[in-house]
Design a protein around this ligand. Structure first.
Ligand SMILES: [Zn+2]
Length: 655
């Protein structure tokens, strides 16, 4: 099993604005993250990589020699007035005598870390990098950024043979530098969620809106999610991720995911002014990790309220290390109207390029419209070298600190010593699992309640059991008395009916079965049963996945389970082994990773392996599933069920 890499250099705190002591881009952005990650014991669990500077040739992968030379010329410049004067030529940039060296270091670290991940020496990685990079352009410094770390890492990866890269940019500002670098390149999907407010928010560019989807061969590969109001919540962010990013990225099948991890959408940030909780970053990272077999690298970008910035970064790293996502602190509910509009606009605009959006049931006559309230005069050529965000009064800041303290102290940071509890009626499966050298506890055949108890007591993170066919009655004790709210997913691949079983706890049950008739669904307050059309060896991966992001995940978030149980009857192998692994991985985002997977019958050995890897190594299968199918009627039943369920479930009640 390979590990999580960390890269940083303590010298990255060695620069600040020499003429504005209140500048929000300050050394504490680096030191506070490092301190928080250390205090949670996270750095110690990572492979500590040796930092290095980017070479000139590497910088040229994303920047003009002219720009590189300008920055080089500021090296050791002691005349502050000269540095200040140079700063007025760039939008929101200050120069410091150390900045050339440190920008080279951040860029070199980004490349080094990414190289370790693409070569397979590391599973994933986190770069605590300062200066940030995503605003830096080919021939322009911008927005506290000098060299574009993520662009250089992506170019290096493409040159090393990586074919498709997904860049997720959740920094609250639009990373126009990254967008421009790959605007016509179909090998890179750039996906950014950012504050826009109809063009009135920095950087006030029309190109940050949803209608800028790439050009030439790259058309359809640039995805902008404009936030047209402030105070967006976890629900708003996660709705975008589930509705847009998840289906699109699964269809794209990246080989590498790079994350521009800015923590300025985090609650309290004076630049972001959003209400995203630190825990939500763990959830976004978990999902980003599902797209390329877990090959993901996150780089620190912005973040200007130190408490939420440091906590968001630490929880992102914790997720990369394979710890379960903490519970989101607020209820999952209806996304705000501006988010619903943005999602609809994006899907409508990208519909011709992505099959996933062609399968959804929404008004095809909907016309996406852009609204521009931003500047009409030309972009200035001289800029104010002082900090663009004025300092806030202490009392004002304290309100944010108090709320954050409450969130942080009530967030359960779960970590069990042993990742998986395993039991099997067939000893060969136990032998095979040991041969994978996985850290697990083996339980006697059928000791489901013992596994559940161990999950409850945090002795094991999750459970996996192989049971003989026809032992549903064994599962009745699945009373899960200790768990109050249970999500149950039943997949039964033979044509008999799924036996109902009752849980003593509050349960939300999703059932899937094949049929050779027309597909159908049945909806009640606490159950959703689907019959998907399938003949012969048809696999239903695409339809299960469609149900996952359209219904199961949003409803489950709103339901707020403290346990997830997946039961799969294996006879005709209706799902591919990779789809089993992906299902386990995606559902383990809930209930703080308390998940039990029951396989009945004789599972394929690959099914066992992929599921175990998802639960133990946090490594979902690569090139995971056939994300799109041609069976329109199966898509239709999921869409119809969503329509019926929307009156009861706030998360999908968009009317
Ligand atoms: Zn930012």
């Amino acid at each position: 099993m390979c590990s999580t890499g960390i890269i940083y250099d303590v010298s990255m705190s060695n620069y600040h604005c020499l003429w504005d002591p209140d500048y929000t881009e300050k050394p504490a952005r680096f030191t506070r993250v490092l301190e928080r990650c250390q205090s949670l014991g996270l750095i110690q669990r990572c492979v500590d990589l040796k930092p290095r500077k980017a070479t000139n040739a590497e910088l040229q992968l994303g920047h003009s020699q002219n720009l590189i030379d300008i920055l080089k010329s500021t090296s050791n410049e002691t005349n502050v007035e000269k540095l200040k004067e140079l700063s007025t030529r760039y939008d929101c940039v200050y120069f410091h005598p150390n900045i050339y060296e440190l920008a080279c270091l951040a860029a070199g670290c980004a490349i080094e870390l990414t190289d370790q991940v693409i070569s397979g020496r590391l599973r994933n990685g986190f770069g605590i990098l300062r200066p940030p990079g995503h605003h830096a352009m080919f021939d322009d410094f911008c927005g506290y950024c000098y060299f574009n770390n993520v662009v250089l890492a992506a170019r290096h990866s493409l040159n090393s043979g990586v074919k498709r890269i997904l860049i997720v940019d959740w920094d609250v500002h639009h990373g126009q530098g990254t967008q421009r670098a790959f605007y016509d390149d179909p090998r890179v999907v750039y996906f950014s969620i950012h504050r826009f407010e109809y063009g009135t928010f920095w950087p006030e560019l029309p190109e940050s809106d949803f209608d800028h989807i790439g050009e030439g061969p790259g058309t359809g590969f640039n995805v902008n999610v404009p936030l047209n109001r402030d105070k967006n919540t976890d629900t708003d962010y996660m709705s975008v991720v589930l509705e847009v990013l998840l289906p699109l990225a699964m269809e794209f099948e990246p080989e590498l995911v790079l994350v521009s991890a800015g923590f300025d959408p985090a609650f309290g940030c004076p630049e972001g002014e959003q209400n995203v909780s630190p825990a939500a970053f763990a959830h976004m990272m978990h999902l980003c990790n599902s797209f390329a077999g877990g090959k993901s690298v996150a780089f620190m970008e912005g973040g200007y309220f130190m408490t939420s910035h440091a906590e968001g970064a630490a929880l992102t790293l914790k997720t990369l290390l394979g710890d379960p996502c903490p519970k989101l602190p607020e209820d999952f509910t209806t996304p705000c109207p501006e988010i619903r509009d943005a999602i609809l606009n994006i899907k409508t605009t990208l519909r011709p390029f992505w099959k996933c959006f062609q399968k959804e049931d929404y008004d095809v006559k909907y016309v996406a419209r852009t609204i521009w309230k931003g500047r009409t005069e030309p972009v200035p050529t001289v800029f104010d070298p002082m900090c663009p965000t004025p300092p806030r009064p202490k009392e004002f800041e304290q309100v944010f600190e108090d709320q954050l303290e409450q969130w942080i102290s009530s967030t359960e940071l779960r970590k069990s010593k042993i990742k998986l509890g395993f039991s099997s009626f067939d000893g060969r499966f136990v032998d095979h699992m040991w041969s994978l050298a996985h850290a697990m506890s083996v339980f006697k055949n059928g000791q489901i309640n013992e596994i559940l108890k161990a999950i409850k007591d945090d002795e094991i993170q999750s459970g996996l059991a192989v049971l003989p066919l026809g032992t549903f009655e064994n599962l009745n004790p699945l009373a899960c008395q200790d768990f109050k709210r249970v999500i149950s997913i039943n997949i039964n691949d033979h044509f008999s009916h799924v036996e109902d079983y009752s849980l003593k706890s509050d349960a939300l049950v999703f059932s899937f079965q094949p049929t050779n008739q027309k597909p159908s669904y049945e909806y009640t307050k606490s159950t959703l049963k689907f019959q998907f059309h399938s003949i012969g060896d048809d696999k239903i991966d695409a339809h299960l996945f469609h149900a996952l992001y359209r219904l199961i995940l949003p409803l489950s978030y709103e339901f707020g389970p403290d346990l997830v149980v997946i039961r799969i009857v294996q006879e005709n192998h209706w799902l591919t082994p990779k789809c089993h692994g992906m299902l386990a991985y995606l559902m383990s985002i809930l209930a703080q990773g308390r998940i039990l997977v029951l396989l009945q019958g004789q599972p394929e050995i690959k099914t066992l392996e992929y599921t175990a890897e998802s639960l133990i190594d946090w490594q979902p299968p690569k090139q995971s599933i056939n994300a799109v199918s041609e069976n329109a009627s199966n898509y239709e039943v999921v869409e119809s069920a969503r329509q019926e369920a929307c009156s009861q479930w706030k998360c999908i009640n968009w009317h």
